[in-house]
Ligand binder design. Structure first.
Ligand SMILES: Nc1nc2c(ncn2[C@@H]2O[C@H](COP(=O)(O)OP(=O)(O)OP(=O)(O)O)[C@@H](O)[C@H]2O)c(=O)[nH]1
Ligand SMILES: [Mg+2]
Length: 322
């Protein structure tokens, strides 16, 4: 996963502390004239600090080259603009540390070297402290982004619907007993990602708990963006309805959500009515299924696979987009 290798971003004080300690060590190991010792300290501080600062910038990926999935989620979770701004501030600080060191190294040849070195320390302390807010923001972003699920580049069915309609039961039934669990920005709950194979091809099924628990009209911008991100996560959405209303949500609420979702998403939405084994199940549905007994599950899976296959024939660029 693209954010997996991001290292902890240290605070201004931690970075300075490390650099100054390294400088002291280099001063103690060197011998000779005061000017040489002071210049070695400036050099060591600059090396450690600029190296650390620029490494932070290089650790983050190029946001223009992210897949639509990760780029959309990055924007939702931390905000790409803020991220870019913080990275360029840190880059600026790294450059300043270096160029001030060059100046100070020259100056130390003529002026009082101890004073020059102290002045250098003061300048870079204030520069690094100036970007401390950005460093903290980047570390926070790093912690959030690392939790993004590793969505692999295989055809993907997204299972959505109101809480308790049977999404997880469905995912477990079609993908077997061992789902991977990932944290998702959409929800505080863990999400299941399962896989199955059909005609020798691997498919992925993604559960979306907590995503659709109230009308889209009540959503703020960020939540709506999380829902439209599904367009990049999946090739097709299976929207589960629970006409028995055992899930605790009236059928009218569920169907109006269905219409909103169909309008909001650009990928195909297939609807299946779950819990057909229950006596309270009612209504005419193209796909009547039971995640519990397995009734009708094969039919709807057949349809989902057909939709994915026809999309990958019509839109070859879509399958390689992730
Ligand atoms: N009778 C019956 N019960 C079902 C069926 N599918 C799911 N259930 C039950 O409905 C309840 C909710 O099922 P889940 O699979 O956890 O529902 P979910 O949509 O994943 O719920 P959230 O993760 O909370 O959004 C559980 O008690 C399931 O056993 C079904 O086809 N028939
Ligand atoms: Mg669930």
């Amino acid at each position: 996963m693209i954010y997996e290798k991001l290292r902890t971003v240290q605070t201004a004080d931690e970075l300075l502390d490390q650099a100054f300690r390294r400088a002291v060590r280099s001063a103690m190991s060197g011998s000779g004239r005061v000017v040489n010792i002071q210049r070695a300290m400036i050099q060591a501080t600059s090396d450690v600090l600029s190296d650390r600062l620029l490494r932070i910038v290089h650790d983050f990926p190029n946001f223009d080259e992210l897949s639509p999935f990760y780029s959309e989620l990055t924007d939702i979770i931390v905000g790409t603009d803020r991220l870019r701004m913080s990275l360029s501030s840190v880059h600026w600080a790294g450059d300043m540390v270096r160029s001030l060191a060059r100046e100070s190294l020259q100056k130390a040849k003529h002026d009082d070297p101890v004073r020059v070195r102290k002045a250098y320390y003061a300048r870079i302390s204030s520069i690094v402290h100036e970007v401390d807010g950005n460093l903290r923001f980047l570390n926070d972003a790093r912690n959030k982004l690392r939790k993004l699920p590793d969505i692999s580049d295989v055809p993907t069915i997204v299972v959505a619907g109101y809480p308790n309609v049977g999404k997880s039961s469905f995912v477990r039934r079609v993908t077997g007993a061992k789902p991977e669990i990932a944290t998702y920005p959409f929800t505080t709950k863990g999400i299941y990602i399962g896989h199955f194979t059909h005609d020798g091809l691997r498919y992925q099924v993604v559960d979306t708990p907590g995503l659709l628990d109230r009308p889209l009209g009540d959503r703020n911008e960020i939540e709506l963006q999380a829902i439209t991100a599904l367009n990049h996560v999946g090739d097709v959405v299976l929207l589960l309805i629970d006409p028995s209303e055992h899930c605790g949500y009236p059928l009218t609420a569920q169907t109006s959500m269905l219409h909103e979702i169909e309008k909001t998403l650009t990928i195909p939405v297939i609807v299946a009515a779950n819990k057909c084994d229950l006596a309270d199940f009612h209504g005419e549905w193209e796909y009547r299924i039971s995640a519990e007994t397995g009734d009708g599950v094969d039919d709807v899976m057949q349809r989902l696979i057909e939709v994915i296959d026809s999309r990958s024939r019509d839109l070859p660029q879509q399958t390689s987009e992730l």
